[in-house]
Design a protein around this ligand. Sequence first.
Ligand SMILES: C[S@@+](CC[C@H](N)C(=O)[O-])C[C@H]1O[C@@H](n2cnc3c(N)ncnc32)[C@H](O)[C@@H]1O
Length: 221
Amino acid sequence: MKTVTIKEAYKQWANRYEEDLPYLFESESEKVIPLIGNVKNKQVLDLGCGTGRYSIALAKKGGVVTAVDFSDEMINVAKNKAKKANVDIKFQSLDIKKKLPFPLKKFDVVLSMLVLGHFKHPEKILKKISKILKPNGICIISTFHPQKEGKFALVQSLGLDARKYKQSKEEYVEAIKKANFSLEKYLEIKFPKKIVVKAKKDGVNLEPYSHKPFLMVFKIK
Ligand SMILES: C[S@@+](CC[C@H](N)C(=O)[O-])C[C@H]1O[C@@H](n2cnc3c(N)ncnc32)[C@H](O)[C@@H]1O
């Protein structure tokens, strides 16, 4: 297996990223969208937006969305999808390891879904988020659960690997504290039965992966 930089991995994955993970994304978003709540006219930032799954869903719900990512290829897929969906999103290409170019306390909602698992020290990003979030704003992050069964989809799809970390819930709770956030809600996401049944009809057997959670989601304030 070849290990590549994170940027290179998403450059190669961009065009099939969403096709590779339909059941995972459906199981995740049906739990996460209600957790985010009402975004109408709210300032929303999607950090590491990828192909825009959440940016587009939240713009459709009336959020004023800024979406950033350091992969131009992932952003291009997102831009095309946004155009087709007829939603207006401010896309920006940037590396979130660098200084975030946003005013203090600008956002009501900051999301960073499936991104922080690429960072050894998630608290560094969380500290930056805490500065640009309004005092009563919310932040939602998700990352793979250390108990997740099966191979990383990138490995399965392209035979490529990129840097990622498998921190525990406790390590994330610690990172959340260090960034002066408090944990409002924690979810562990598994494939629900209806998705296992749906996948089976499509000829995909999720049964062996359906007993343990594959994702951790943290809502923090
Ligand atoms: C697994 S994808 C998640 C995309 C999207 N949030 C979602 O849930 O589908 C991880 C994304 O993080 C982006 N990313 C990783 N490191 C980054 C960095 N340092 N700066 C900006 N984006 C980064 C990648 O380019 C990729 O689009």
